[in-house]
Design a protein around this ligand. Structure first.
Ligand code: AMP
Length: 300
């Protein structure tokens, strides 16, 4: 069973208190597709410019990710994001955001992926997320991520989109912003009145909270000694979560709880190196081993 992922495909410049890297591969669809590919076949839908050369495509191809839905705009420039982290990895400032080829983008879902039962709308303009949803035939489980930029700049479109979403991934400050509710359990419950039946609130190094019906499930973050670059942690969390659900073919309570643990482990790998470096070398066995270690850490 496959997973369709739409989102940003980007070049990122990232500055942490110890290092700066320029124009490295990033974007919500890149991180989420790369990690989801360890669990399920993935079709990526997005857009790049001519500067997105074969070397970047082959990183995605090496994971078996379907790129039929990745459009290249002749003469165009790939989405660019520059961000800076403070000593606290949860503290991130966006310095530059150039939509470039995303400004005019209309996603085109390949014919063969339209009946897909699992879809992840990675963080990007909600209008693009809606355009992709309109091409899905049948009753798919829709996961969706967003961020403060879209909550502030496209609130109506986002509200329209949320009515069609099953699982919303959102970080703690964004959940508060979207719901106007400071308490996270109440914020999650309020989000459930907007459309989704599952709200996953990511709290960075403090773990993640799932709220669905009467269920409240909490996982800590996997403790790693050195966080080199937190970029993409949220996308990897969602990619691991959705990839796992697609591989199981269901979203019952037990599967959701395991998906939370798997997703936590996936996010931890991303933070250990810059850009997608750690996802390039990862094996399914590495994920399984860390999952076992994590399970032992959180059980009595
Ligand atoms: P995360 O750290 O999981 O929130 O994801 C960071 C990634 O999201 C980076 O690789 C950026 O290229 C990408 N990104 C940053 N801002 C936006 C935005 N407004 N829309 C879409 N993607 C973005």
């Amino acid at each position: 069973m496959g997973l369709v992922i739409v989102g940003s495909v980007a070049f990122d410049t990232i500055e942490t208190p110890v290092e700066r890297v320029e124009r490295v591969l990033g974007g919500s669809a890149v991180y989420s597709s790369m990690i989801a590919s360890y669990f399920s076949p993935v079709q990526l839908v997005g857009v790049v410019g001519e500067d997105f050369t074969g070397q970047y495509r082959s990183i995605l191809e090496s994971k078996g990710i379907g790129l039929e839905g990745l459009e290249t705009v002749a003469g165009g420039k790939t989405f660019f994001w520059e961000g800076r982290y403070g000593e606290d990895p949860n503290d991130r400032e966006t310095l530059v955001l150039e939509l470039n080829v995303f400004e005019q983008f209309k996603p085109l879902l390949p014919e063969g992926a339209r009946k897909s039962e699992w879809v992840f709308l990675g963080n990007i303009d909600p209008e693009i997320q809606i355009d992709l949803l309109d091409q899905i035939e049948g009753d798919a489980h829709i996961g969706c991520d967003t961020m403060d930029f879209w909550i502030k700049n496209k609130p109506e479109k986002l509200r329209e989109l949320l009515k069609r979403v099953d699982t919303l991934f959102i970080n703690d400050s964004e959940a508060r912003l979207l719901s106007s509710e400071p308490n996270l359990v109440k914020a999650g419950k309020k989000i459930l009145t907007m459309g989704p039946s599952i709200a996953v609130i990511k709290k960075g190094e403090h773990g993640a909270l799932l709220i669905s019906g009467d269920t409240v499930f909490l996982t800590p973050a996997y403790p790693i000694e050195e966080v080199k670059d937190p970029t993409g942690a949220g996308d990897s969390f969602a990619g691991g979560f959705m990839g796992y659900l697609a591989s199981r073919g269901n979203s019952d309570q037990k599967t959701l709880k395991k998906a939370m643990m798997i997703a936590t482990v996936c996010a931890s790998f991303t933070c250990e190196k810059f850009s997608v470096e750690s996802l390039e070398d990862l094996s399914r066995e590495d994920i399984e081993k860390r999952f076992e270690r994590f399970s032992a850490m959180v059980s009595l």
